[in-house]
Design a protein around this ligand. Sequence first.
Ligand code: AHR
Length: 635
Amino acid sequence: MSMHSRWKSAICIASTLNFIYAVAKDSSPANVTLDVATDGGNKSSSLLYGIMFEEMDHSGDGGIHGQLLQNNGFQGSSLGMTSYAPVGDVDITRDTSEPVSEAIKSSLRVDVPENTTEYVGFANTGYKGVPVTNSTYNSSFWMKGDYTGKVNLQLVGSKSGKVYASHNLTVNSTTSQFVQFKASFNSTQSPDGDNEWHLTFDGSKVAGDSLNFGYIELFPPTYHDRENGLRDDLATVLEKTNFTFLRFPGGNNIEGLQVDSRWKWNTTIGPPVDRPGRESDWFYPNTDALGLDEYLWWCEDMQMTPILAVWAGKSYGGILSGSDLKPYVEDIMNELEYLMGDSESKWGKMRIENGRKKPWNIEYVEIGNEDDLTGGCDTYPERFNQIYKAIHKKYPDITIIASNGDKSCLPSPVPKGVILDLHLYRKPDDFVALFDEFDNKPRDQPLMVGEYGCRNTTHERGVYWSFMQGTCSEAVYMIGMERNSDIVKMAAYAPMLEHFGYVAWSPTMYGFNSSPESITPSTSYFLQQMFASNKGDTVLPVKSSTEFGPLYWVATKTDSQYYVKLANYGEDEQNVIIKIPKTKSGTLKMLAGSQYEGNLPYSVNLETKYTDIVQVEGNYTIKMPPWAIAVVAIE
Ligand code: AHR
């Protein structure tokens, strides 16, 4: 069975492995008894577990956004001819004298020598290869130049030359303007990711002359069949986490290396060919084909609440405040009108023209990102107030989030109801030390942990990818948050996704490359999925026979279920007896492995195991192996 389908099916099929382990192994572990109260306790935030997404590590371009060809519009200044190669005896050059649109300022010129008799053209090698699977692809290109006849599109093995898909379309192109041509075709599966997309035409008809091509696109099946949508395979893995919210579009990437290269909402809307792209904060140009509306379709299709971050004056190359910020506050108001305005409004009308009739539902707006850092602290209170006042006046129901939790970088007082966003990347022991961080915080100041993840950059396992100790430390911290989810309203694991060929920041929750079987969920993915999919609306009091550590727990309930989450952050097995009166059956979900074990690309060893549990008297004995995370769900 392939790696991909192996871990996928393990999520669905109950395994008896842990059950056997749970009842048969006995090395006299420590006993911990947890008496779960069936009532009382605090309300728990329904939004608690979500995810943060920003364009980095090619998480979007060449990642979850479906378009597979790199440098498809020659956006940005750093890529040159990256990913392009001639097919046949032709010269290919970037032609700035023939822009495809106002935004896409150049095209690819193919010069065909005299006496050519063959099909010739060009290749695009994608993001270190093109994933080629047994499915239907949609491709398009713009073309200018005198040509009537066939254009052939292919998906081809780069080294093998093996053709997985070949499709002819007839075009009628002239020298007067660029025209877009579209095609849809089936492909067979390539064994690897070493593939490229070819466009060729009858060279005999162009011999001694040239044709221009631009803004090429290739999409595999997209999530919910959306045009310009997400890659279905990568999105489906995310969907299975059952996250409740998406925080976007950054992160550092909203800020910009300079004010002018900030993430600009209004250049990420409309037809992708009209989006100029930008130099991002993460060392490669962004196409912005995954733009504002696409983020919101994503939220809607995955039933996640959007947490929209807006640019608040801070870039890495300069900060705007006071009257200098005013035009940008107006720009935020335009953005919100675009998202929520009706057909009578200037910007609302534009959203409708761009394909979204109903206003988007924006309930949360975050002002900036990490304004306690990189020189933002001093001016943030004033910048926050300007933006807060403008938004709050027009949209009093929107909950505003401040981008940090440092009192000295916040307005005083913080307006009532404003959520403070804390970001935490920590080594394992440091995360565990923060387990009780929220226990004694004021109950009237709502919080969000808008980014967190275990990152141990001084340990070889921690630099690259999650491992069990790190994931267990995240579980301990999450249990601490869930116990306090009357004030911790939202928590987003970050970053979400990496292309293994372009890593600037790791670990991420899952990763992939161009090979068809490469999608790799980390151990932290399985933790997030377990915790997000099994959450009550009330946190229940628990009477325990020991203090917290190395075993940590939280119990919650809904009208029909109890959930007990457990994390064993240590090397000794723990024998946990959970007592929930008047119950008798449920399931145990467990993720366990040795301290430094984790999932690596092409090696998904650890995944959640499911076991049915039955107990007549409401006492459940769970043997927690070392470095283990479990959820006991009881009906
Ligand atoms: O998630 C990676 C980065 O960490 C984010 O861009 C930034 O907000 C944080 O510092």
